[in-house]
Design a binder for this molecule. Structure first.
Ligand SMILES: [Fe+2]
Ligand SMILES: [Fe+2]
Length: 402
């Protein structure tokens, strides 16, 4: 997993969850361990690390959990006759090949580049590494648990999940090593226990993770290609690894595509169309609002944030249209106009949060902005969609014309 998906609210919390994962709801902070108080590269990490809490918002990367019992039923070959085991076996061979086994090897350029970075760019880079590491680690946790839980019912699918969790652990580890160049590290053990887990039913996990993998692919490849053409903006070597890295995300997305095809009930009715559009909207808006709050990062590597995001959204949407039964009409100029309007509203909301008012007054001042944002979201959702997908409608399914 690579991208962040956070705007969607949990459907219900921890109902039917049989994961062995901690269910702690009392914490809501991410933890950063400052390895060294000094910026001097030779300083050894302090054992008594300080934990700097970072404020968690609606747009922070989340951790997901699901109904693992339902997952077991879905992938039981005796119950589900749509499971194309030979396709999954072919995918498994691909994952076993492990194309990137020797790809994530660091060199001294990393530390040298980090030491050269100063001021706001340094800070924004650290935040980029933290958020990306959290998003990758979130994928690792979910896939690892799915690999564990599906072992008995479907060993092939289970092994693919385990191998995907291997990839995500690698990605998260590589980003965390990047943080060590800045004398920081994410305390992943603490994150595992302390963060809230958002519950999604399996069907929603499929939509959300498919989109997250594909949008992650398009983000990484777009940054990679841009920096290859404009090497003067190559200020930190991690981007040079994105070309092979994003192929992992692409493969992960393709696996989810195969999973969804094996569950046609999640793709072939009017509800699936409504949910597909909902998840597209959530993922695209979350990314756009997040990135527009961090334009310094994208400008720092020579990108125009909004152009970059629109390119990623359009490409992700075209890829997604191959499998989702409906997608948003993101190439309609009205879509971008509405996104930009949401950015303006979000800026007003953030300004309220940063004001000196007492919490009660802040909440009052937020109401009209939240209402405006909700109405913008609804209007975008209701824009005429694009019918898409490759799975045929079952004849007995009622079709809704809208
Ligand atoms: Fe990843
Ligand atoms: Fe991934």
């Amino acid at each position: 997993m690579a991208a962040e998906m956070a705007l969607v609210k949990p459907i219900s919390k921890f109902s039917n969850v049989t994961s062995g994962k901690p269910r702690m709801g009392a914490y809501s902070k991410m933890s950063i361990v400052r390895m060294s108080a000094s910026a001097t590269p030779t300083t050894k990490p302090s054992k008594k690390a300080n934990k700097n809490a970072i404020k968690e918002t609606l747009l922070t990367p989340r951790f997901y959990t699901t109904d693992f019992d339902e997952m077991e039923t879905l992938f039981n070959t005796e119950i589900n006759k749509n499971l194309n085991q030979s396709e999954f076996e072919a995918l498994l061979q691909e994952f076993k090949t492990d194309y990137n086994q020797t790809h994530f090897v660091r060199n001294k350029e990393f530390k040298e580049a980090a030491d050269k970075m100063e001021g706001p760019l340094r800070q924004i880079f650290v935040e980029f590494l933290e958020r990306s590491c959290t998003a990758e680690f979130s994928g690792f946790l979910l896939y690892k648990e799915l690999g564990r839980r599906l072992k008995k019912t479907n060993p092939v699918v289970a092994e693919i999940f385990s191998l995907m969790s291997r990839d995500e652990a690698r990605h998260a580890g590589f980003l965390n090593k990047g943080l060590s160049d800045f004398n920081l590290a994410l305390d992943l053990g603490f994150l595992t226990k302390a963060r809230k887990y958002t519950f999604f039913k399996p069907k929603f996990i499929f939509y959300a993770t498919y989109l997250s993998e594909k949008i992650g692919y398009w983000r990484y490849i777009t940054i990679y290609r841009h920096l290859k053409e404009n090497p003067e903006y190559q200020c930190y070597p991690i981007f040079k690894y994105f070309e092979n890295w994003c192929q992992d995300e692409n493969r992960h997305g393709d696996f989810f595509s195969a999973l969804m095809k094996a569950q046609p009930q999640f793709l072939n009715d009017w509800k699936a169309k409504l949910w597909s559009r909902f998840f597209c909207l959530s993922v695209y808006v979350t990314m756009y609002l997040n990135d527009c709050q961090r334009t310094a990062f994208y400008e720092g590597i020579g990108l125009n944030t909004k152009e970059f995001d629109m390119h990623v959204i359009i490409e992700t949407n075209r890829t997604t249209a191959r499998i989702f039964p409906a997608v948003l009409d993101v190439e309609n100029p009205e879509f971008k106009r509405r996104l930009d309007r949401m950015v303006e509203i979000n800026e007003k909301l953030l300004a309220v949060g940063e004001s000196d008012d007492i919490p009660f007054v802040k909440n009052l001042k937020r109401i009209p902005h939240i209402a405006a944002l909700a109405s913008e979201l609804l209007a975008t959702y209701l824009m005429p969609p694009i019918e898409s997908g490759s799975v045929d409608f079952a004849e007995f399914e009622p079709q809704l014309v809208y």
